[in-house]
Structures are given as C-alpha cells and as structure tokens.
Design a binder for this molecule. Structure first.
Ligand SMILES: *Cc1c(COP(=O)(O)O)cnc(C)c1O
Length: 486
C-alpha cells in the first residue's frame, strides 16, 4: 500500500516511511492510493475477534510493509484490558471499547461506545498507545531515535506522554501554558517521573507555546540535528488506529451485515470522524456520520452550507468542551480530497485560498469555488451544534434518565445524536472522555463531583516534575540540546 499527498506534489511513500512524519513535503496530508475494501465474508469472520485481533486485521490492510507477525504482536501489546482498565462499573474492560445502550424506543436506539478507558481517560489513547509501540518498533529497526516536541492545552499532550513514557529511543518535550490547565490535567502530565518525559510550563498562553514549537521547527538545521518529530492529529497512523473502533462498534451493535448503524462524533480537528469516513469508504455499512461541534462550529457550518471558513483567534471561543475548541479542522483536507474526486490540483488551490482568504465555498452559488457540496450527502455526513447550556442540560438528563455521567464532549455528541435518530438504525455516540477530566462542569450540572476511576483519587497530591520557562525560543533550543546530547 502506497500513500499519496492530497496536494499531489510529493512522491508516494510506504506506511513506515510516513509513520514518523506529519505533513507531506508539499504541505498536503497523506492518504492511501486507494482504500482497501472489506468483503461481507471478512466482516462475518471479524464478528468473533477480540479487539486486538480485529485491530491486526484492519492494520495489516494499511501497514503492508511491516511483517505481519510483528504487527500482530504490536496490536496485542497495545489493546489489553490492562491498558484500557478504566472501564466503568458494569462495563467489560476486555471489550476495550464497550457499548452501552442508553435508550431503545419506537425502533430508535441510542448507544454509547466508550473510547476513553485508556490511561488518560480520553479517546486519544486509542491511537496514541499504538503509536508509542509502533514508534519504538520502527526506531529500534533503524537504530535511530526521536525527540517529540509539541504544545498542548490538555488531552493530546497527556495522551502522547502516557504513550511514549519509558519507550526506548524516544523523548517527549511538551510545552503547556503555566497554570492555565485544570488541576487534574496538570497533575496527569506533571506527575510522570519517567526520565524520557520533559514537561515545560511556559509563562504565557497556549498560543505562546504553539509559536515556540513553530519557531523551533522552522529552524531546519536544528530540527534535523535534534531528530525532532511531532504526534499531532494529522499523523496517518493515528487515523488508521481510529478506523478499528468503527468496525468494532458496528460489529458489536449488529448481528448481520444487512444492518446499518450511524455514528455521532464530538468533533474538533476532524481526526476522529475522518477515521469513520475511511471505514465507510472501506465498505463498513455506516448510514450517517454525524459531526457534533460546540460553539466553535467551523465544521457544522460547512456541512450545513458548503462554506468552509476558518476562524480568527478572536472568534475562537474557550468552551467547557475545550478539546473541540478549534479555529480550523486540520484533518478536513482528507475529506475534501475525496469529495473533489481526488483532484489534487483543486485541493491545492482551495487550501491556498484558505491561507490567503480564510476559506472556500463549494455551495455552487454564483462566484463559489465549486458545487461539490451537493455530493456531501453521498458520504453520509450530517452535522449539528451544541452550546454550553445544551451540555449542562444533556449531562443532567443522561444522568437522570439512564444513571450515567457523561463528560462535556460526549454531551455535545448526545445532544446532536438525538436530533438525528432514525428508526431501525442504531445511533452510536462515541464517548471521547470520562467526566472526571472535566469535573468543574460536572459540578455545575449535577452539583457533585464526577466519579474518579481507581488510581486517580489523589492524583493532584502526587509529586510533580516540570520546568518553568519564559517564552524564549533560544532558551528552548538550549534546553532540548542539553537533554538530548545531540
Ligand atoms: C481531541 C478530542 C476531541 C476532538 O477530536 P478530533 O479528532 O479533533 O475531531 C473530542 N473530544 C475529546 C475529549 C478530545 O480529546
């Protein structure tokens, strides 16, 4: 399987060649030359597999240049009940992503799929844990090392650190805004004592952290010498790892391949739902893919109107579902490439227009950039939006009606899912975090604390290991160089 760039001006590469990288050299995102197809017979055979076995079956269609026995071992090392141990009472941890039926009424069925039982209590562990093992495997093969450098305001940074801790050949340098994350998130990251994890609390806001990452990465000589890499949401292996749980959710919710299901996905950077799009293109019988956004409704606007308009910082809101607070959806280009019939020249022109004019318009109206919005429904996409008051009401209602506490992101999903229920088609809402991570809002909604999984009871009391630094690029470079010795 070879991978091509959405902008059509980079050489085709294998899975292993793009594993450690981010953007293609032409600024595009990688996608397989064509989507591998899954037959009905295969789907039937997959019904009885464990999660790890299923992950291997899906991964081997994409990672064709990794020997199958190695890939199998990596899948089995990653998807264990031990790693995904934060299942709620009544959930079976060995299912890895257990389903829970919330409601079944008039043929309409609302189901939660728990993706947040990993070490950091958010769905990013599903892909990042595999990435940690894949990276370690690949680096050992090449006798190489990698220094991951990134900025975080919460979920991504902690998922990366828990995936890479203790891994041979890998160090993580993670910037976060000093005293701006929640006490729980800060404790999760800063309590790690592994010598290959470096937490740097920057005296500034998240944008200062991101600017430092950009400035350091733009120094190509430094970046190469220090073997700097990233693990952001456009990483192809992360997307592939996420494809697996769509198969799993489908197989767990159905008994025959004649049946369809829909998924509602709390969305920000379009990484999670992009994996759903890929599963559907592979032939998984998905009816609708529902993108749920919060107040930052870039995606909802596109799926309602055909207009993609990125937001300025002043228009990007800090909300109570903060992991969806985005100004642009960094994986969206992958879907646009397919929507435009894989016309890389047009993708290039549209995303150039994003840089120069802040967006593009595929509505087909006079003066627009194309009329492909009319084809969006063919891909199953619909959308909806949820705001703070909706989150609070939904958290209260799901608690009162079903006795389940959901987090704020999942609440956005449930709110939008309810607007899109169809008789005879189960609606699976992807649960992207556990409520303990966003306790302030749970208190507002329910007047009490969210339950904490075992082992997290006193996380804020653990000793913390981090360095405080001014937003100074030269100091940052010196810090990295002195730790890597490169
Ligand atoms: C990252 C994240 C999301 C958004 O996922 P995307 O892949 O960026 O669309 C939603 N919920 C939670 C809890 C997250 O951490």
């Amino acid at each position: 399987m070879q991978y091509v760039s959405t902008r059509g001006q980079a050489p085709a590469q294998s899975f292993s060649q793009i594993l450690l990288g981010g953007l293609a050299p032409d600024g595009g995102l990688y996608l397989p030359v064509e989507y591998p197809k899954v037959s009905g017979a295969e789907l039937d055979a997959w019904r009885k597999l464990s999660y790890a076995e299923l992950a291997f079956e899906v991964l081997k269609k994409f990672a064709t240049d990794i020997p199958q026995e190695d890939l199998k071992a990596l899948a089995h090392k990653t998807y264990t009940a031990e790693v995904y141990r934060n299942a709620r009472a009544g959930e079976d941890a060995s299912q890895i992503t257990p389903l829970r039926v919330l409601e079944e009424k008039d043929g309409k069925k609302l189901v939660l799929q728990a993706l947040s039982n990993g070490p950091t209590l958010a769905f990013k562990d599903m892909a990042m844990q595999l990435l940690g093992n894949l990276f370690e495997y690949e680096l050992a093969k090449e006798h190489s090392e990698l220094n991951i450098f990134g900025a975080t305001s919460g979920d991504t940074g902690s998922a990366a650190e828990y995936a890479m801790r203790g891994k041979k050949g890998i160090r993580v340098f993670m910037l976060s805004p000093h005293k701006k994350m929640s006490a729980f998130q800060t404790a999760q990251m800063f309590s790690l004592q592994d010598p290959n994890i470096f937490n740097i609390a920057v005296e500034g806001v998240f944008d200062d952290c991101q600017d430092m990452v950009k400035a350091v990465s733009n120094d190509l000589e430094f970046k190469t010498r220090q073997k700097i890499g990233t693990v952001n949401s456009i990483n192809w292996a992360r997307v592939v790892a996420q494809v697996v749980y769509y198969f799993r959710g489908y197989l767990a919710a159905t008994t025959s391949n004649e049946q369809k299901v829909s998924f509602t996905v709390p969305s920000g950077n379009f990484g999670n739902i992009c994996a759903g799009h890929i599963a559907r293109m592979m032939g998984l019988p998905i009816d609708k893919l529902v993108a749920a956004t919060n107040e930052n409704d870039v995606l909802d606007e596109f799926f309602r109107t055909g207009v993609y308009r990125v937001r300025k910082s002043a228009e990007t809101y800090h909300t109570t579902s903060p992991s969806m607070d985005i100004s642009k959806a960094s994986n969206f280009e992958r879907f646009i490439f397919d929507l435009l019939g894989r016309d890389a020249e047009r993708v290039r022109a549209l995303f150039r227009k994003v840089d120069t004019h802040g967006g593009f318009d595929l509505s087909g109206k006079p003066g627009s950039d194309g009329d492909e919005f009319k084809n969006v429904a063919q891909y199953g996409f619909v959308s909806g939006k949820s705001v703070h008051a909706d989150r609070i009401a939904t958290i209260r209602d799901v608690q009162a009606s079903y006795g389940v506490t959901i987090d704020t992101h999942t609440a956005d999903g449930v709110k939008v899912a309810r607007e899109n229920l169809t008789s005879g088609v189960p609606m699976i809402v992807l649960e992207t975090a556990l409520p303990a991570k966003f306790n302030e809002t749970i208190r507002e909604a329910l007047g009490r604390d969210a339950e904490r999984p075992a082992g997290f009871e006193n996380i804020e009391g653990l000793p913390q290991r981090f360095d405080v630094m001014a937003p100074d690029v030269e100091k940052m470079k010196a810090y990295i160089a002195s730790r890597t010795g490169l």
